[in-house]
Design a protein. Sequence first.
Length: 405
Amino acid sequence: MLQTAPKLQLRDSANNPIIGFRGTFEVRRTGGHVSTVLGVGDKMSFFAGGTQVTLRNIFFTTQVTRDANLYLLFRSSCCSLLTQVSDDLKSSNLSLSSAPTGIRVLIQGHVNGSIVRAGEPFSIVATAVADDGLRAYGFRGNVALDHVITSKDPSGMLTILKSGSLVAQAQDGIAHFNQMVMRKLGNFEAAVTGFPIGYFLSQRQSPPAQFKSINGSGTSIAIVQQPRGSSGGQSFVSQPIIQIVDGSGNPAIPLTTTSLTAQLQRAPGSAISSSNGNLLGTVTVQCNAATGQCPFADLAIDKTGRYLLAFTSSSSSLEFGVQTSGVLSQIFDIQIGTIATVISVQTPEKSTGGIQFSVQPVAAVTDAGGNWVYGTSQQVSLPPLPYDHRMHCLLATRQHVYQYI
């Protein structure tokens, strides 16, 4: 029986529908094997009343397992109000086969051994097959991928597949699953179940097709080790490590030379006056061509505050490279460090020998980033003075400034 019933409509020479047609349409066969017969007597007739008619339940009988190059010829016959017979209208090519007995799955054109890249689209084709192992053209219905690769986590997210339709409609014995994307790496199996309609057949299950999912091409970046702040001017306790990844987030290698640049940003909500530092160290690195990792070694920030880092990648090839902008790290803090230097806050005014300065010198101690270090006592020596005079004094805390006394 034909999978899709043809619909016919009579039109005049100006291509306008003929309204009020009442009569019959005659269907005949041409081409195909000599044993193939249409209906009874190699023709079928259908009564029509109105502007168009659907010719249902057209069937063939044949003595061969499959037949091709068949065509149907349609024409209107007697009883039209216009008493006119139309010319023959030829259908498209028809193919006959015996009923489906199973389903075969191909991944990228292979039953087994296909290799797909994670994060990149691939196709799965399910074909209904007859006893002779060839396509069963009459199969029509839904075909669903089995749970082997369509399992989901409690939130409903696919854990192995990243995207792609899990159900496809079969037409002429074939169902196409396009734009499938793997999330995970490893060896997997894909199988389908077919739910035929149009005749009394049970579900059809395919044997599994084995395939392998490998790392895809590097297309973006991900932070695999977050920066962890230290004190002002000191290298981060944890330096950031960036990994080039494929479309599913799996580690990948760059197809072209790729470099990565880190930029400092103030954390949302932090005051300009308290988070106005500068990023120190080597801020641009080249990614490892063998591993896809882009490690930083000596990043630091001079001023205290709350910050985050933004990473931007660029490649020597715009077509095949990794072009990613503004991948943000987690927020981290820069604290005040240990004493590293002494700075002059107030210089003394000149005086005469043996008389105290009218304006005494004032100094402050800072960490490596220039941040004042509060709440500490420190012995400080002035540099040698002319005639080898020396002055020693105790630096004491007084409103975060240290004064010579």
